[in-house]
Write a protein of this length. Structure first.
Ligand code: ZN
Length: 80
């Protein structure tokens, strides 16, 4: 497990995500959150494969759901 998330990792994710939140597609500026697809509370780690960028709102809303659970939760809550 990596101790820290490198700025290059963040830049790479930002590019891969077209600068948008994974969930709501809001444009991310400096107000992003580094989200764990599998939360640390559920056994996820800081490996880059487990990370993506979200807006702070979605990060807070996702709480301890996994990525897959949150996609389903959003569909149920907001509609597909
Ligand atoms: Zn969002």
């Amino acid at each position: 497990m990596k101790a820290t998330i490198a700025p290059t990792d963040i830049a790479r994710m930002m590019h891969a995500q077209n600068g948008q939140c994974v969930y709501c597609a809001k444009k991310l500026g400096t107000e992003y959150a580094i989200d764990h697809k599998v939360p640390r509370s559920r056994g996820g780690d800081d490996a880059s494969e487990n990370l993506h960028l979200t807006c702070r709102w979605c990060n807070g809303e996702k709480y301890n759901r996994t990525h897959e659970e949150h996609v389903l939760w959003r569909a149920a809550t907001y509609g597909a």
